[in-house]
Design a protein around this ligand. Structure first.
Ligand SMILES: [Zn+2]
Length: 166
């Protein structure tokens, strides 16, 4: 399971109520939750932890709203060309077959097989999961305005290279 605050893979998460949101978090992050009544005072708990909490929530925000990346700047994130091979090589480097790898990140074997064959575009969450598990990079940030709308100066790209975010 993935901690919704720090994004770590952990054996179990627990639901906590943090800053008006219910999150499933790892034991380490659970201490930020409001289950901790003795540290209350109307505001966020004092000390550096509230800054850390803020950071983590912002990070989570970005994860949950990948569209913001597009909205607030010209940079775009896209899957690297040949991402299927990158995954396959990373997986083989770890000595795992598809089944084993899929199980290790809690995905179905068929999903991973399709992603490796590039028959399926992994969503943001799956991309992150695979990157973390294999220590590979599946996306790249492409800079420059206008390319997504006009695309005149970028003939080598096809639409299929862009991550679909629906
Ligand atoms: Zn956590």
């Amino acid at each position: 399971m993935m901690c919704e605050m720090c994004g770590k893979e952990v054996p179990s998460t627990r639901p906590v109520y943090i800053e008006g949101t219910n999150l499933n978090v790892c034991p380490n992050c659970a201490r930020f939750g409001e289950g901790n009544r003795n540290a209350r005072g109307g505001n966020a708990p004092a000390g550096p932890s509230s800054a850390i909490l803020q950071q983590r929530l912002e990070r989570r925000e970005r994860r949950m709203n990948p569209k913001n990346i597009y909205a607030d700047g010209r940079d775009r994130i896209q899957l690297v060309i040949g991402y299927g091979d990158v995954i396959k090589e990373g997986r083989e480097a770890k000595g795992m077959d598809i089944e084993k790898f899929a199980a290790s990140i809690g995905e179905k074997k068929g999903i991973i097989a399709k992603v490796e064959a590039e028959d399926l575009t992994p969503d943001d969450k799956l991309i992150k999961k695979i990157e973390k598990a294999l220590g590979v990079k599946l996306t790249e940030i492409v800079q420059g305005g206008g390319a997504i709308g006009g695309g005149t100066n970028n003939k080598t790209m096809t639409l299929a290279n862009f991550i679909k975010k629906e």
